[in-house]
Write a protein that binds this ligand. Structure first.
Ligand SMILES: NC(=O)C[C@H](N)C(=O)O
Length: 333
């Protein structure tokens, strides 16, 4: 331990940042989640000059296999570590496919103002110009920085800092995949130093009403995706499978196709909470816009993507079944 350096814990969960390919030019068709946390740290000795780094292997999975069960374990570990006075910040190494979902879940349930930074890579560790080492270096610097305190969960990728709520993976394979399109990323990392230019205004971390400390499961919430010619098969199947909440990823401004709407209305009458969201990727889903939400007793997702609306709805359902209260939460977080 070097006095004067921040203490940063790296929680490793797998992903491409811990992936290996057959050759240095293998940038697709590699195997994710093979390199352990100590090897990840050893590959970037520069991080030990900017922080006292400790590593823990929490999972070793590709992030397409991330789920509610892992989120609860991870969030509890983050909260336990951040409650310790000798931990200044946390870095979570993660696959990129669901990275934005884990980041937003933590943004809603971490009970600390200390920095939590989620990081991944697009190229496996064995690739030419692997992006994992620089991303990890930036993430550790960010997690140890007083400038990152109170900003909520951050995503550090490609020299950029994004807020968990608004960032999305936006390209299947390129290194610049994480984008906060219209709302904008919140800063850069240059020479290991964070530069912030904007803040998120939505409540997060210590200012949320969610408490996962005593939970070992989350309510079942699923997403039904709309498209031309869609019917009601998916909605009916999800309700039959026990969904307590459904996010409808509608077309346009969250529009409800005529062949889907009756199934959603029926689900609501059985107590399933329906959130109207949009598959578009940008913009506000207007309450009482494309559907009469007051009359239907539906909730709108505001600007949250369907996959993030699912997370907020799960957490909302741990507190209440009131659609009025849940709508308030969607305008708060
Ligand atoms: N770039 C990546 O990390 C993709 C990988 N499938 C994952 O999410 O684990």
């Amino acid at each position: 331990q070097t006095a004067g350096l921040p203490n940063v814990t790296i929680l490793a969960t797998g992903g491409t940042i811990a992936g290996t390919g057959a050759t240095s030019t293998t940038t697709v068709g590699y195997t994710a989640a093979t390199v352990g946390v100590q090897a990840l740290i050893a590959a970037v000795p520069e991080i030990t000059k900017v922080a006292n780094v400790t590593g823990e292997q929490v999972f070793q999975i590709a992030s397409e296999n991330m789920g509610n069960e892992q989120w609860l374990i991870l969030a509890k570990r983050v909260n336990a570590l951040l409650a310790q006075p000798n931990v200044d910040g946390i870095v979570i190494t993660h696959g990129t496919d669901t990275l934005e979902e884990t980041a937003y879940f933590l943004d809603l349930v971490v009970k600390s103002r200390k920095p939590v930074v989620v990081v991944g890579s697009m190229r496996p560790s064995t690739a030419l110009s692997a992006d994992g080492p620089i991303n990890l270096y930036n993430a550790v610097n960010l997690a140890g920085s007083p400038a990152a305190v109170g900003k909520g969960v951050l995503v550090a990728m490609n020299d950029q800092i994004h807020a968990a709520r608004d960032v999305t993976k936006a390209n299947t394979t390129t290194a610049d995949t994480f984008r906060t399109a219209e709302l904008g990323m919140i800063g850069y990392i240059q020479g290991g130093k964070p530069f912030f230019y904007r803040d998120v205004t939505r409540k997060h971390t210590v200012d949320t009403e969610f408490d996962i400390s005593k939970l070992d499961a989350l309510p079942q919430v699923d997403v039904a995706y709309a498209y031309a010619n869609v019917g009601d098969v998916a909605v009916k199947a999800l309700v039959a499978a026990g969904a307590k909440g459904l996010v409808h990823a509608g077309v346009g401004n969250g529009s409800l196709p005529a062949k889907t709407k009756p199934a959603l209305v029926a689900a609501r009458s059985q107590g399933v909470v329906i959130v109207r969201s949009a598959r578009v990727g940008q913009g506000i889903v207007a309450r009482n816009g494309e559907a009469n939400d007051d009359q239907l007793d539906f909730v709108v997702s505001d600007t949250l993507s369907p996959q993030k609306a699912r997370i907020l709805l799960m957490l909302a359902l741990t507190k209440t079944n009131s659609t009025k209260e849940i709508q308030r939460m969607f305008y708060t977080y």
